[in-house]
Ligand binder design. Structure first.
Ligand code: SF4
Length: 636
């Protein structure tokens, strides 16, 4: 006959912890120790503890105890007020409530205080449920199928007794979804229970007979019995080996499956198995292995996988396979205030998170999704630095020193000198923009990270590329279009496809120009002639006047000596005034030819910009000179 022990069976983390706590407490106090109710639902264990002078008492007996007495709260937990009463009496209270149950108590208290109606999926008379209800002023609706919730319209917070069946939890949740507009649900069914139930269910499908070992009043053992009975008609529930009927074992049974409730110690399981098969010995390591799994330590910085249990606008709760659930605040999912957390995360989603605090004020493990993304982003930036590849940063802030950008949550600094090719006067204008940058410095040592980026490097590379292609096209003697970028006293710099060419002041016009700013301004788009394109030395010389016909070419035909012309006074010299006859052609009226009267200087009688009539006295094409007289016109 094969005897198969279910993978997960026997003492769970919480029960083992409570038993150990009791024995440790007894060592510290040389007197009788009390447990509030039987420590676990197993008569044999309770008797064993009595032998150690650890006795169960009922709630009503608290009144008989006084200061200095020691009372252990068992893994089921108790109502908050009961605990307070004991402490007020000076009783030494040792809280061995299973951390999974304490977590439910905290949830219930928090949401009760926030105005939620508490719904507990479980058994009204179970001590764990009575205890939980005591954390919300005994106001909870306790239900197994949701039938009591038909009329409820309030905002509801749903939790489950740790040993409740998953099917009941889903049934109640369905009713809540239909009836309540606002709800929050915490599936607090203990993993130990789920695992036991699943393991028992699978085993009971394969064997001829199932033996479920555990206290008759243990709810989790009773549920195991129910589950196994559904698959295997030949299922019995016993508290210990003695209760296994001999006649059953004599039947023609080929395989027996064994499972045990969470409050069944391994020696009781061993005894039962021994009775069925003398040679079979239970490996105690299986038990230890399970406990180890359930008491996994959580460390800050640890990366763990979590499944979303529930989510609201402010936070999500995750099952992280630890004795308490994790809380994921919205601020650790997104930095965008306008984002709706319920749009970003859904119940059932599974993803990695990082532990940023082992315990919040409410007792949850505080998690961050952003930290995981930040970690990934950090690696991406490091790679971009090594590969010299481009990254997009979002500019969050600006100061005189430079810009503070963010790459998926990682801080990236762009110094002011690296924002543009030339000095950027107003850094504020970049705030709120995406910017392409190169990472030029990356250091991560002694817990200090410094990431420096440059946009200038990129702009420089782009400019070089554009220049290269422009130089290939530029040809001496051709006409091109460009934009005036800078003005100096000696000329203007005109950009043609990324290449700056010099337009000397003498090449702007055929006429006389004092400074380029008199006729051009930055931003003007002008047509220019390429005087020279020195590709080797990257020097480009431009001319505007070459594109205009030289007005001196036929000057003698246009301006005959003796004729009277009209012109504009454009400048003065000590010896006379210059009159512009057309762009590029100025004539000189000598001071003696300005007026009949004797004048000290031309400005005594003329004004710049004034239109005057003058007689042509002389035209010298070679020397580009035209002599004029205003006086002789006036004499006529
Ligand atoms: S079954 Fe789960 S919740 Fe209950 S005592 Fe054991 S570990 Fe704790």
């Amino acid at each position: 006959m094969d005897i198969i022990l279910a993978d997960k069976s026997g003492f769970c983390f919480g029960v083992k912890r409570a038993v150990n706590e009791s024995l440790e407490t007894k060592k510290k106090h040389d007197k009788r120790i009390y447990t509030l109710g039987p420590l676990i639902h197993n008569t044999d264990v309770v008797n064993y503890l009595k032998e150690k002078d650890i006795y169960p008492i009922e709630m009503e007996d608290i009144g008989k105890l006084g200061a200095g007495d020691v009372v252990i709260i068992r893994s089921h937990g108790i109502p908050l007020r009961t605990k307070e009463i004991m402490e007020e009496k000076g009783i030494i209270v040792v809280d061995a409530t299973c951390p999974f149950v304490s977590n439910i108590q905290r949830i219930v208290k928090k949401y009760y205080e926030l105005g939620y109606k508490i719904v507990i999926v479980g058994d009204k008379s179970h001590p764990e449920v009575i205890g939980i209800n005591g954390w919300c002023g005994n106001s909870a609706v306790v239900t197994k199928d949701g039938s009591e919730l038909e009329g409820i319209r309030a905002k509801v917070c749903v939790v489950a007794q740790t040993t409740e069946k998953q099917a009941n939890w889903e049934k109640v949740l369905n009713v809540v979804v239909k009836n309540c507009k606002e709800f929050i649900g915490f599936n607090t069914i203990c993993k130990a229970t789920e695992e036991r139930q699943l393991s028992a269910m699978e085993l009971s499908e394969k064997v001829d007979m199932m033996v479920v070992i555990g206290g008759k009043n243990s709810s989790n053992t009773t549920k195991l019995f129910e589950i196994c009975s559904e698959n295997c008609k030949n299922t019995i529930h016993v508290e210990n080996a003695k209760e296994i009927p001999d006649e059953l074992l004599n039947k023609n049974i080929k395989s027996i499956g064994v499972t045990a409730g969470a409050s069944t110690p391994d020696w009781i399981i061993k005894e039962a198995i021994s009775k069925m098969n003398e040679e079979k010995n239970l490996d105690f390591n299986e038990q230890l292995e399970f406990m180890e799994k359930n008491s996994t330590q959580i460390a800050v910085g640890q990366k763990i996988k979590g499944e979303v249990i529930s989510v609201n606008e402010k936070e999500a709760f995750l099952n992280i396979g630890y004795k308490v659930d994790g809380i994921l605040p919205k601020s650790e999912v997104t930095k965008e205030d306008n984002d709706n957390l319920t749009d970003l995360i859904k119940a059932g989603d599974v993803f990695f998170v990082k532990v940023i605090k082992r315990r919040s004020d409410d007792g949850y493990v505080v998690l961050s999704k952003l930290e995981i993304e930040r970690g990934k982003a950090f690696e991406e930036i490091k790679k971009a630095y090594e590969d010299k590849s481009i990254v997009n940063v979002f500019i969050k802030d600006a100061s005189n020193a430079g810009l503070v950008g963010s790459y998926k949550g990682v801080r990236v600094f762009v110094p002011a000198s690296h924002v543009e090719l030339h000095h950027a006067a107003n850094l504020e204008q970049y705030k709120g923009q995406e910017m392409q940058v190169n990472i030029i410095e990356f250091s991560d040592s002694n817990n200090k990270t410094r990431i420096v980026a440059s946009r200038r490097e990129l702009l420089k590379a782009e400019k070089n590329k554009a220049e290269e292609s422009t130089w290939e096209k530029l040809e001496k003697g051709t006409e091109v279009q460009g934009e005036v970028k800078r003005l100096t006293d000696f000329g203007a710099f005109v950009e043609i496809g990324g290449v700056d060419g010099l337009l000397h002041v003498s090449e702007i016009s055929w006429g006389r120009i004092d400074k380029p700013g008199d006729v051009l301004k930055v931003g003007d788009v002008v047509k220019v002639f390429i005087l020279d394109a020195d590709k080797e030395n990257k020097k480009l010389s431009l001319s505007m006047k070459k594109l205009i016909e030289n007005p001196w070419n036929n000057i003698e035909e246009k301006y005959l000596v003796g004729n009277t012309v009209m012109g504009k006074v454009v400048r003065f010299a000590n010896f006379g005034a210059f009159i512009e006859l057309e762009p590029g052609v100025d004539g000189l009226v000598h001071i003696s030819q300005i007026s009949e009267k004797r004048i000290a200087k031309p400005s005594d009688v003329l004004e710049i910009g004034e239109m005057v009539k003058a007689k042509i006295l002389e035209v010298d094409k070679e020397k580009k000179k035209i002599g004029l007289s205003i006086r002789e016109v006036d004499e006529v």
